[in-house]
Write a protein that binds this ligand. Structure first.
Ligand code: ASP
Ligand code: MG
Length: 457
């Protein structure tokens, strides 16, 4: 069996839903179909909530547009004799959404829980529409199946219960396509509506593929595949025909928007291949991500792709204590991880008395406090002289399983950058076997990508 996931643009219009229907109707294996909300709707649901909270009555106008958009799609894709049936299922949900907006307007605030309930309507409704568009399909409610738990104030998927629920609910229905909404979930204890984070429909699809031991996970989107870099920045970026799980994971965690990063873990773990395919050009071969051999990967070149992550800061810890890299790095990472803060890159700089690491700018203030309190003893003993930071950086990642074969590549890159007067604030080569990362000032990100792309592709 396979799992197919259709993103927002794929289910966004009557025309694109026509393509989705053809793709589902031509399936020759049992399948689970995971759908996002209609393209752009999640943003609209959030913006309308803010509008209602701000005391502006225009939220009612927006709510009317949301209703009209769904009605137009229903009238465009559902067989005429079933249009009223479909509206009878969808309208009560839209009414409930309108009542939530009235509540938000009344209290002048959108509590996080209410916002989670509001955004859930996107996938609840789109999955009903797709189900009714494919008469032989069945529908399951992801709110009953995908469970989350709290982790440092965030909702994260609870694997055991979710796995069991997926097996119990999907296995008996296997045969005809089963349609399910992505992204949305409920808390395992309170039953309150939650979600897996923006872009989380990919993750829903991966959890289902892994739990059901699918033969393949297909991510249907609006591009021909994973590209060597962002084509808006690099016009001659190309499609990457094959890549390993690790390469896709690294590119996505460093900013490539193709797949929501957590998606890859569950399928990687079960060795289930992922295909990136284009709903608007279904004949295109796309990108195949699987456990390729080193030989196969090397055949396609040493560098697989480049990506960039903006809004990054680097923290530098100066002093004698920084010389003991093993101890200082493990203490730093543990202290930060305990507070849910991720660290991206460790840069063994030339300066032996300085230990540097990068993180999201949004985590900077919290991280500085944590690091200062972790090293308070060294601070008072004078073993740490100063902790400072640089803001406004981007991390540029150069990814490829074979990247370190045949010698280090940093000198070549640094030369190219220096000729263009770009000086990286930090470099990391060798910390990961598949990725070389540079921190450069935000305003040099695009130029850096262009220079490195023309060096390797
Ligand atoms: N609709 C959600 C979002 O826009 C989830 C998804 O599309 O993957 O973030
Ligand atoms: Mg997406």
């Amino acid at each position: 069996m396979k799992v197919l996931k259709f993103g927002g643009t794929s289910v966004g219009t009557v025309e694109s839903l026509g393509n989705v229907k053809k793709i589902i109707n031509s399936l020759d294996t049992p399948a689970v179909v995971v759908v996002s909300a209609l393209g752009g709707l999640t943003d609209k649901l959030i913006a309308t909530a803010s509008l209602a909270a701000s005391g502006c009555d225009d939220y009612r106008v927006e709510m009317t547009k949301i209703r009209e958009r769904h009605d137009n799609v229903i009238e465009g894709v559902i067989a005429p004799e079933s249009v009223e049936d479909c509206k009878a299922k969808v309208h009560p949900l839209l009414d409930e959404l309108a009542r939530l907006y009235d509540g938000v307007s009344l209290i002048g605030d959108v509590p996080a829980k209410t916002l989670d309930a509001i955004v859930s309507f996107g996938e609840r409704i789109s999955s009903i529409i797709v189900n009714m568009m494919i008469p032989e399909s069945s529908h399951l409610n992801s709110l009953d199946i995908i469970k989350t738990e709290k982790w440092f104030g965030k909702n994260i998927a609870e694997a055991n219960l979710t796995n069991r629920n997926i097996v119990d609910n999907f296995k008996p229905q296997m045969g005809h396509p089963i349609i399910v909404g992505g992204f949305i979930s409920t808390d395992k204890d309170s039953g309150e509506i939650t979600n897996l984070g923006r872009g989380g429909s990919d993750f829903t699809a991966a959890l289902i593929a892994a739990a059901l031991d699918a033969d393949e996970l297909e991510i249907w989107t609006d591009v021909d595949g994973f590209m060597t870099s962002d084509p808006r920045i690099i016009p001659d970026a190309r499609i990457i025909p094959i890549m390993s799980f690790v390469e896709s994971m690294e590119l996505c965690s460093f900013g490539a928007k193709v797949i929501y990063p957590p998606t890859i873990y569950p399928v990687f773990h079960k060795n289930i291949p992922i295909k990136i395919l284009n709903t608007f050009n279904p004949e295109a071969p796309g990108t195949l991500i699987k456990d390729f051999s080193h030989k196969e990967l090397a055949h396609h070149g040493r560098v697989r792709g480049l990506s960039a992550l903006k809004g990054v800061a680097v923290i530098n810890v100066h002093g004698n204590a920084a010389q003991n890299v093993a101890s200082i790095s493990s203490r730093t990472f543990n202290a930060l991880a305990k507070n849910g803060i991720n660290v991206f890159l460790v840069s063994p700089t030339e300066d032996n008395d300085c230990f540097s690491f990068a993180l999201k700018e949004a985590d900077l203030d919290a991280a500085l406090n944590i690091v200062k309190s972790e090293f308070a003893p060294e601070f008072s003993a004078g073993d740490i002289a100063e902790i400072d930071f640089i803001k406004g950086l981007s991390i540029v990642a150069i990814v490829g399983e074979e990247i370190l074969q045949g010698g280090f590549i940093s000198p070549r890159i640094i030369n190219t950058l220096e000729r263009a007067s770009v000086s990286p604030a930090a470099i990391s080569e060798g910390a990961s076997k598949t990725t070389v990362t540079f921190a450069v000032p935000d305003e040099h990100t695009n130029l850096t990508l262009q220079l490195i792309h023309s060096l390797f592709f």
